[in-house]
Write a protein that binds this ligand. Structure first.
Ligand code: CP
Length: 364
């Protein structure tokens, strides 16, 4: 059964097909009005959301299906101590597809091991957010007419910003893409992201000044400093306003720059930028509904023909199972200790293995 846990679960051709379908849906929504009649989407949001949850719900209703779910862990049996995997096992008996958001890294992967229906990762902790990336790719393709040959600047909280991790994973598979990562040292992009770029030979630079980076950028992807992931309030307060995009900072930007943000924003884009024709963050919001329609339709129809639950993956040759504990305290395996610890070989020369849930790297 297909799930969407990481954007790289879909090939470039499959992503391009999803974007083509989403473009058709935005032009002719009436053609898809009843295609999932009688099907049910469950939205399990253990963490707050406006765009992702409501766009999933709007998407399913636009396809003729219906929706059930919860918008906080407090209103589910999680509050009584039920495990995530038992919750997923239960809800997958009531629905045809599940979109889940959880504050812990790797939660969606853990859910997929126990689900009878496709799981869509709607954000797992500070790790990944693949459906935001589909939204971003659709927006970029509609703005630029391509996903190749561009300089993508990502700015802000690159450590905990899950949208950035997924966006880099996706865009690095398109030819001619370079990344400029703009952040303070404390919020640099994690090593599991940069080591992949290095391995693939994708050019990237890491800088601290947004203004210096600006002239070369085709995309400026701003992000919020993720208050909810910080252990120290003092560190958050010191870093939260480190980048604030105002109209004057765009003086040296390209005329066809696209200014993006997954939203919600706090202070990092001043509202005076909203009227700049290069600001496309509310166009991202619009695309989110249609690309999620395309995704839900694709996964539900795929499950109807290939719908065997996957279960816990069978052991592979190049893996370590059960003998190494994940060193990421935010990994789901640190919360649900009955989950099998699984590390897969990432770099044979360096003997680097990765946790299958959260990508934390272990050197053997
Ligand atoms: N972009 C995004 O994930 O927004 P929400 O947190 O409102 O869902």
């Amino acid at each position: 059964m297909r799930h969407l846990i990481d954007i790289t679960d879909f090939s470039v051709a499959e992503i391009d097909n999803l974007l083509d379908l989403a473009d058709k849906m935005i032009e002719h929504p009436e053609d898809y009005r009843d295609c999932l009649h009688g099907r049910i989407l469950a939205t399990l949001f253990f963490e707050p959301s406006t765009r992702t949850r409501l766009s999933f719900e709007s998407a399913m209703q636009s396809l003729g299906g219906s929706v059930l779910g919860f918008s906080s862990a407090a209103s589910s049996s999680t509050a009584k101590g039920e495990s995530l995997t038992d919750t997923i096992r239960t809800v997958s008996c009531y629905s045809d597809v599940i979109a889940m958001r959880h504050p812990v890294d790797g939660a969606a992967m853990a859910g997929s091991f126990r689900s009878r229906v496709p799981i869509i990762n709607a954000g797992d902790g500070g790790h990944l957010h693949p459906t935001q990336t589909l939204t971003d790719l659709m927006t970029i393709r509609r703005e630029k007419g391509r996903l190749t040959d561009m300089v993508v600047g990502v700015c802000g909280d690159l450590k905990y910003g899950r949208t950035v991790h997924s966006l880099i994973g996706a865009m690095s598979r398109y030819k001619g893409v370079k990344f400029v990562m703009i952040s303070p040292k404390e919020l640099k992009v994690p090593e599991w992201v940069t080591s992949e770029l290095t391995k693939l030979g994708i050019p990237f630079t890491e800088v601290e000044s947004m203004e210096e980076a600006m002239p070369q950028l085709d995309i400026l992807y701003m992000t919020r400093v993720q208050k909810e992931r910080f252990d120290s309030e003092e560190t958050y307060l010191r870093l939260k306003d480190v980048y604030i995009l105002t109209p004057d900072k765009l003086a040296n930007a390209k005329a066809d720059l696209s200014i993006m943000h997954p939203l919600p924003r706090v202070n990092e884009i001043h509202p005076d930028v909203d009227d700049d024709p290069r600001a496309v963050y509310f166009e991202q919001v619009r695309c989110g509904r249609f690309v999620r329609m395309a995704l839900i339709k694709t996964l539900v129809e795929d499950a109807a023909s290939n719908g065997k639950p996957n279960g816990v993956p069978a052991p592979e040759e190049n893996e370590i199972r059960g003998t190494v504990k994940c060193g990421n305290p935010r990994c789901i395996t640190c919360q649900e200790e009955t989950l099998p610890q699984i590390f897969r070989l990432k770099d044979a020369d360096e003997k680097v293995y990765r946790c299958v849930y959260c990508d934390w790297e272990h050197k053997a």
